[in-house]
Design a protein around this ligand. Sequence first.
Ligand SMILES: Nc1nc2c(c(=O)[nH]1)N[C@H]1C(S)=C(S)[C@@H](COP(=O)(O)O)O[C@H]1N2
Ligand SMILES: [Mo]
Length: 342
Amino acid sequence: MLIKHPTDFKPSEITDESAYLNRRQFLAGSVAASAALTLPAVTAAADGGGERRVLQHVGPAGHNQPTPEWLKQPLAQTAPGPFSTQEDVTPYEYVTQYNNFYEFGTAKGDPAENARDFVTEPWTVTVSGEAENTGKFLLEDLIKPHQLEERIYRLRCVEAWSMVVPWIGFPLAKLLNHFKPNSQAKFVRFVTVYDPKQMPDQRSPFRAIDYPYVEGLRMDEAMNELSFMAVGLYGRVIPPQNGAPMRLVVPWKYGFKSIKSIARIEFLRTQPNTTWEKANAREYGFYANVNPTVDHPRWSQASERRLPSSLFSPNRRDTLMFNGYAAQVAHLYSKMDLSRYY
Ligand SMILES: Nc1nc2c(c(=O)[nH]1)N[C@H]1C(S)=C(S)[C@@H](COP(=O)(O)O)O[C@H]1N2
Ligand SMILES: [Mo]
């Protein structure tokens, strides 16, 4: 399938693979870098002309997640997708070592450490509710029909930091249409796997939040062209700490809406109750649209730290309405008071 609106790449702003690897070599020494160099580059047919080009961002194989056999071919055929930002991408080390994935621990470095051997193959997704085609599906059967795309999106956490991530995946709408939701389906609910044997915080008596982690979208939000299911990043299979084997990416909403390691999808008539709302409804709303004019009760949302960020180089910038995606999503909320439906 051809992508109708490929991104207009501005080559001058692209950190290409070789520049990236040089940086790795500098940072990590030659061992990691030479291992990465032996891996085949991910190439993709560009729109029209059959021209092949290397994806913008390919990271090192710096995690233990093996690429499932069935995913190798789709990953190798990833094409540049629409809506990618031309801002600098956040370095691989930050994307994969500064994470929120409470099931594996609440410190930013915990998920990379504790999810190292997370087994996600085989994986099933159970689909229920207001749809025609419900049941238990093997992940590979849900993914194989789709052309994978690279989309470089901003990710803005409610904690007021942000990143730019080169995701690989496909539009959420394509996945949901596969299940043929009926006219009663007004919301969709997503549930992370519940697997206390593998997820230390799920078996902890001091668990940080309720498990399994639950998120939800209004049906028109889910069907919006920006809503994305990611199965890869930086040119490779998605690492466990980022939500293997499949996680949601909703770039105009705070990061907590982008639920990881999805095991269940349910089509509902009414709005689901979500994990962070249950934890604290005053601080975390169902909509959770990025909005610099509605502060979190305990901090301002007017600006953010773009990673990498440090004390001496904070890299602070203004937060944009809908995280800069107003052109694609503002119409979804035209009749709503966003200070009430935060
Ligand atoms: N299951 C699950 N999904 C989750 C979370 C979590 O703790 N558990 N954290 C969320 C939050 S708060 C953010 S900011 C993003 C972070 O995604 P990243 O680690 O890939 O950057 O994942 C979201 N998805
Ligand atoms: Mo977050």
